[in-house]
Design a protein around this ligand. Structure first.
Ligand code: GTP
Ligand code: MG
Length: 286
């Protein structure tokens, strides 16, 4: 299947953005999640258009799977644009403290504003947004934990938006804003497919696996050599690489090396991070 047959629905994008836009009115800060392995590809460029003025905390999630040096370049890139930026492993409970610390100055600014108007301190209100599978629910669980009670519906807000309390200083809208990925950009769609952040059906597996092999050979050849005991000279052809993997793992079909299974295995291990930490987007792509 040619890559330009990727399904693309501008209508979905418009609807999702309208939903986020409706929530943005009630919040003080947008927490935007990006995948640290694809800090450019996992960005939804239209978010900026609907809320250019809202303070934004960008979290580069899945830090544990990312090539730290390259991800740090992206962190500095977004910082230079004036955003607060953090890199986190959302599965690590200690990340919560860093996130709350990053929001603290915004809370304090809100407190000062409330005090000037003679009001009691109000919690900072945040909306978590990001493309599918980037870690939005994991972040909500990290912040809210198990003990936290749901805040009551607040009268005065249209349709009684549900808020969840995080201590006394922060409240989250309990449903995160799901932003469509920018599938219309073919390179973006390919990279998100490689890390498994967009649905399996967008691109066929052999197309994804070809891209994974090309990327590894070019950027992280040692990962292939180390994980599958390949020789440098095997990295020249895809068939040699897949044959080497099938041989090493005993993947056979009717007595022959099963290259399809070898490709599937590589894809699975690439996504899980077993091969090693990596970043797909080069800073020059920005
Ligand atoms: N290694 C790693 N995995 C993570 C991290 N954060 C989330 N995940 C995993 O990524 C997967 C997707 O996480 P979710 O929190 O369900 O993502 P989501 O954005 O809520 O996804 P949708 O609800 O489908 O939009 C899950 O398997 C999480 O366990 C992280 O920092 N590191
Ligand atoms: Mg979710």
């Amino acid at each position: 299947m040619p890559i330009n047959s990727i399904h693309w629905f501008p209508g979905h994008m418009a609807k999702a953005l309208r939903e986020v836009e409706a929530k943005v009115k009630y919040i003080d800060v947008i927490i935007e999640l990006l995948d640290a392995r694809a800090p450019n590809s996992s960005l939804n460029p239209y978010l900026n258009k609907i809320s250019p003025q809202k303070p934004r905390l960008i979290i580069l999630a899945k830090k544990d799977l990312a090539d730290e040096k390259k991800a740090q370049k992206w962190l500095r890139f977004y910082q230079a644009q004036g955003y607060r930026v953090l890199m986190s492993n959302l599965q690590d409970r200690t990340s919560k403290k860093d996130i709350l610390n990053a929001l603290q100055p915004l809370y304090e600014a809100k407190m000062v504003k409330s005090a000037k108007r003679g009001l009691k301190p109000q919690p900072l209100r945040a909306l978590i947004v990001g493309i599918p599978n980037v870690g939005k629910s994991t972040l909500i669980n990290l912040l809210v934990g198990h003990k936290s009670a749901k805040a009551a519906n607040k009268p005065g807000l249209t349709r009684g938006q549900q808020w969840v309390k995080v201590g006394s200083q922060l409240e989250l809208i309990d449903t995160p804003g799901i932003l469509p990925a920018n599938y219309e950009n073919q390179l973006v769609a390919l990279r998100l497919s490689m890390i498994g952040t967009i649905p399996e059906t967008i691109l066929p597996n052999d197309r994804i696996q070809t891209a994974i092999i090309d990327f590894l050979v070019k950027t992280y050849p040692q990962y292939l050599i180390d994980r599958y005991d390949l020789k440098q000279q095997q990295l020249i052809s895809h068939e040699d690489i897949l044959s080497g993997i099938a041989e090493r793992r005993g993947l056979l079909i009717s007595g022959e090396l099963n290259l399809i299974e070898a490709g599937n295995l590589l894809q699975k291990e690439f996504r899980s991070g077993i091969l090693g930490p990596l970043v797909l987007d080069e800073i020059e792509d920005a």
